[in-house]
Design a protein around this ligand. Structure first.
Ligand SMILES: Cc1cc2nc3c(=O)[nH]c(=O)nc-3n(C[C@H](O)[C@H](O)[C@H](O)COP(=O)(O)OP(=O)(O)OC[C@H]3O[C@@H](n4cnc5c(N)ncnc54)[C@H](O)[C@@H]3O)c2cc1C
Length: 390
């Protein structure tokens, strides 16, 4: 059975200074009030054009982000590759929908696909579909509302942009992950992603949809997605996550008076997450699994399912992934044991990746519980190193 306890393997790529810096950072993130105030101050400073790079870049940015550009991420990609950990470059600029921003995100995503095509240590490309149209169009189409002629044109533009990205990935033979965000955009995104799978997944899974298992309808949706793949004779690319926007989902449902799409409790999310992995493993002939989680049980459980099914550790249809800067004990121990592992490596200009960093900071406060684990792993490794130096 795989163990995630070996901190020597987990932190082999980190110098003593790296570990001390991470320790200080996670210690700071453990204070909820600091995270809340820091997040608000940073966003205000950016709005008022107060320079913040000097404080953000050497601290939280360095922990969770690869660099401002694809080129700046190259050293990190190679460093990870030394330990058999691959990287997925994720252009993490969010919430911008002016036509020039959409075009810029589109051009950048094309560059990242081309880069992945040339770099064996980058096995996937990725994008957030919300970067390629307006929130208004995604919401209206998803809700089945009538569109104005201009909105209908924009919806077609969205379809065409996604098609061009998936076609480029297909031509470069690079699988492409399509992230999931708010549920009120997802119907339209699911529809387009399924069309892309029909077009590009005939020989293997190139296009991947994301299943957020904190939604109570996603296990049924997964089963339907597989049935369509079987009927249409294509492969299903399935990226699994629990889901990052739970509070926002629940608040909106309450405010707008509709039933929350979110599971009633964490146990239900965990149950469906693990059932989804099991379902996919039972149908591995037609599915490629991308297990995006920091949950030790879900990572280990998939290794057990692989063993039961007689799959080799490095079977190309099974991938494990964690975010850069988090849960190295899972990533590096899995990679050491020969499993396919790729870290999501976000990149982008400091001021544009702030929403991503605020989410990471919030996820790592003492309330949400990740920090305790990161801190105890880092201090375990610092102690181990100081013992061996004696
Ligand atoms: C490689 C990778 C890619 C990702 N891509 C996306 C993406 O495209 N879209 C996206 O939304 N997120 C994405 N995430 C984030 C992910 O959804 C989770 O927020 C994060 O990974 C924490 O969940 P976990 O499985 O790691 O572990 P855990 O810490 O075990 O689970 C925490 C999660 O459980 C769920 N949860 C917690 N409390 C409750 C409750 N009371 N009721 C119901 N559910 C609850 C929430 O989803 C919460 O985030 C990604 C994460 C990774 C590692």
């Amino acid at each position: 059975m795989i163990s995630f306890d070996n901190t020597e393997i987990a932190f082999k790529s980190k110098t003593d200074n790296d570990l001390r810096r991470s320790y200080m950072l996670f210690k700071t993130l453990a204070h909820n009030s600091l995270v809340r105030i820091g997040g608000a101050l940073t966003q205000t400073a950016i709005r008022m054009q107060v320079p913040i790079n000097w404080i953000v870049k050497p601290t939280i940015y360095k922990q969770f982000v690869g660099g401002e550009t694809i080129a700046e991420c190259a050293d990190t990609v190679h460093e990870l590759a030394n330990y058999n950990v691959k990287a997925i470059l994720d252009y993490s600029v969010e919430g911008r929908e002016a036509p020039e921003d959409i075009q810029a995100a589109f051009d950048e995503t094309l560059r990242s696909i081309a880069n992945a095509g040339m770099e064996p240590n980058i096995p996937f490309a990725v994008f957030k579909p919300t970067a390629f149209t307006t929130a208004n169009v995604l919401t209206k189409v998803s809700a089945g509302q009538k569109l104005s002629p201009a909105e209908a044109t924009e919806a077609d533009n969205f379809r065409n942009r996604i098609d061009m990205l998936c076609k480029t990935a297909h031509d470069q033979n690079i699988p492409i992950l399509i992230d999931a965000e708010d549920s009120w955009y997802q119907n339209f995104i699911d529809e387009v992603v399924e069309q892309m799978m029909v077009k590009y997944n005939g020989k293997r899974a190139i296009v991947f949809n994301t299943f957020q298992m904190y939604r109570h309808d996603r296990l049924a949706f997964l089963k339907k997605s597989l049935q369509k793949a079987v009927d249409g004779n294509y492969y299903l690319g399935a990226k699994f996550v629990r889901g990052a926007y739970m509070e926002k989902e629940r608040e909106r449902a309450l405010e707008m008076n509709y039933p929350s799409p979110i599971q009633p409790d964490k146990e239900s999310t965990d149950r469906d997450y693990n059932l989804a992995l099991k379902f996919c493993m039972e149908n591995i002939g037609r599915i490629t699994i991308f297990n995006g989680t920091h949950n030790e049980y879900s990572a280990r459980y998939l290794t057990e399912l692989m063993q039961q099914q007689g799959l080799k550790n490095g079977d190309p249809r099974v991938w494990f992934s964690q975010l850069y800067g988090m849960s190295d004990h899972i990533s590096f121990n899995l990679a050491h044991a020969g499993y396919n592992v790729a870290k999501y490596l976000p990149y982008g200009p400091v001021k544009h990746v702030i929403p991503y960093l605020v989410r990471r900071a919030e996820e790592n406060t003492s309330v949400k519980g990740q920090t305790g684990r990161e801190l105890s792993l880092i201090s375990k490794e610092m102690n181990r190193r100081s013992q061996t130096k004696r």
